[in-house]
Design a protein around this ligand. Structure first.
Ligand SMILES: Nc1nc2c(ncn2[C@@H]2O[C@H](COP(=O)(O)OP(=O)(O)OP(=O)(O)O)[C@@H](O)[C@H]2O)c(=O)[nH]1
Ligand SMILES: [Mg+2]
Length: 449
């Protein structure tokens, strides 16, 4: 449990290199960080901010015996990642060296191991980051492809924070004037017109709509786009799934009903992750296992971003209803055996035997993704539900203010709605975020971040 009152403790974390060897970094943050290493570091007197000092670590139990060679870097508050004094000790990555040094340091008064996310939490408390930027640190760590990395980077540079500041400004302007009107209403001063207030609020709502619209894409950037192979049994779903993956992941036979459960694997296209989902062929069945498989196929189709709707000369197309935003790609399979006369225009004809159409299918998928990526390229986009909920609250409050203006209600009603809208934005940046939510956010980080 992260606690803002425990900021005086010095926290410690270690980043360990994989396997044996390499360099491990022990990181301390807190006002005592430098003092704590005094008995163990022979070149302690040489430490100065932002300089790496080479030296020897004295054996914690047997003084005067050299324990390891190390490089110590000292960052003086407030010019450090957490805003507190930070000391980083780079040592050899051997298991014994690391655990010995760590246990000795942790035994010093008011030193303890850091909780997950506690370094970033301190950076947030010291005002180095607002909450929306701090969240992007977790996204950066979890980024698994070019697109999610680029998005997290942009937000770490404060892209979302800038959008929120701009929105706050858009709301504050009418609010200040409306409150001034409240204060001086008896003095018959000419204030700006109602329509100017309305325009400012409508502008803010439009900006929020744009951000809310980006959530679907933002979520996919981090979780991957779900591409579901759907169709009747035996149309060649698993074969095409294997083809796109480049490995024999799903079992293929000529027995209809071979795939019983959904199978997932990922590929990378245009710097984005695509989660390919092979499903059981859809048909009426009495057989229990297959029945559950078919139900799963239907659920996968409902949550898909892209459905590949497969049919062949001997298996006609499925008639499925899709959620509104689903992209559907019709594919005729087994083109090497026979082609059906097509009444649909947009069908990709493929054969996994001759590879006909396979590159067209890849290009089609790439163009869907790149179109989305280009649409949101320049704007900040939302990536988590918490942000989305706060923007929705803000929008509801702004819509209330607009309604109050239209209904010519008293200015105090409009002002109260605008304050509520500002509060929703302050929750996003962490100014008014409750402690339990802060904890939930920072717990997602790993130790040492
Ligand atoms: N000639 C030819 N045969 C294919 C092609 N694609 C798939 N097949 C064959 O069609 C049969 C069924 O393929 P699967 O990939 O198992 O079909 P499925 O749609 O996954 O079937 P279920 O799992 O039963 O729903 C297998 O014998 C495949 O070898 C193709 O492009 N050309
Ligand atoms: Mg199959």
């Amino acid at each position: 449990m992260l606690d803002a009152n425990l900021q005086n403790d010095t926290i410690i974390a270690i980043s360990t290199p994989p396997g044996v060897g390499g360099i491990a970094v022990i990181r301390l943050s807190g006002s005592q960080s430098k003092e704590i290493i005094k008995p163990f570091f022979n070149n302690y007197h040489r430490l100065k901010p932002r300089f790496a000092v080479f030296g020897k670590l004295i054996h914690p139990d047997l003084s005067n015996t050299v324990f390891d060679e190390c490089i110590v870097t000292y960052f003086k508050a407030p010019h450090s990642a957490t805003g507190q004094d930070i000391v980083e000790i780079s040592i050899h990555g051997g298991e014994y060296i690391q655990s010995k040094l760590l246990s000795v340091l942790v035994n010093q008064p008011s030193v303890r191991l850091a909780e997950p996310g506690e370094f970033t939490f301190r950076a947030f408390l010291s005002g180095k980051y607002d909450l929306s930027t701090a969240e992007s640190v977790a996204d950066l760590i979890h980024a698994r492809d070019e697109a999610s990395h680029a998005s997290a980077q942009k937000r770490m540079q404060g892209q979302l924070k800038k959008s929120i500041s701009a929105l706050k400004q858009m709301i504050r302007e009418p609010l200040t004037l409306i409150e001034a009107e409240l204060d001086f209403s008896d003095q018959e001063i000419e204030f700006i017109t109602l329509s100017e207030h309305k325009n400012a609020i409508i502008g803010a709502i439009r900006s929020i709509d744009k951000l809310l619209d980006s959530y679907h894409y933002g979520k996919r950037v981090f979780e991957g786009f779900r591409v579901v192979f759907a169709g009747r049994p035996n149309v060649g779903k698993s074969t095409l799934f294997n083809k796109l993956l480049g490995e024999e992941r799903a079992i293929v036979t000529n027995v209809p009903g071979t795939t019983r459960d959904t199978i997932e694997d990922t590929i990378s296209l245009f710097g984005h992750t695509l989660i390919l989902v092979d499903t059981a062929g859809i048909r009426e069945t009495e057989e229990e296992v297959e029945y559950f498989g078919v139900n799963r196929s239907q659920r996968e189709i409902e949550r898909a971003d892209i459905v590949l709707n497969l049919f062949s000369f001997d298996q006609k197309e499925l008639e499925i209803s899709y959620p509104q935003d689903t992209i559907v790609v019709n594919i005729q399979t087994k083109a090497d055996i026979s082609r059906q006369p097509l009444n649909k225009q947009e069908v990709i004809i493929v054969s996994t035997v001759t590879d006909e159409g396979i590159s067209t299918l890849r290009e089609t998928l790439t163009s869907f993704i790149s179109e989305l990526a280009n649409k949101y390229d320049e704007s900040a986009f939302l990536t988590n539900q918490r942000q989305t909920t706060s923007f929705q609250h803000c929008k509801i409050a702004l819509t209330g203010a607009l309604q109050a203006l239209n209904d010519e209600l008293g200015h105090e009603f409009i002002a109260s709605d605008l304050h509520e809208a500002l509060n929703a934005l302050s929750e996003l940046t962490g100014e008014t975020t409750p402690d339990d939510i802060l904890n939930e956010i920072f717990q997602k980080f790993c130790v040492g971040k």
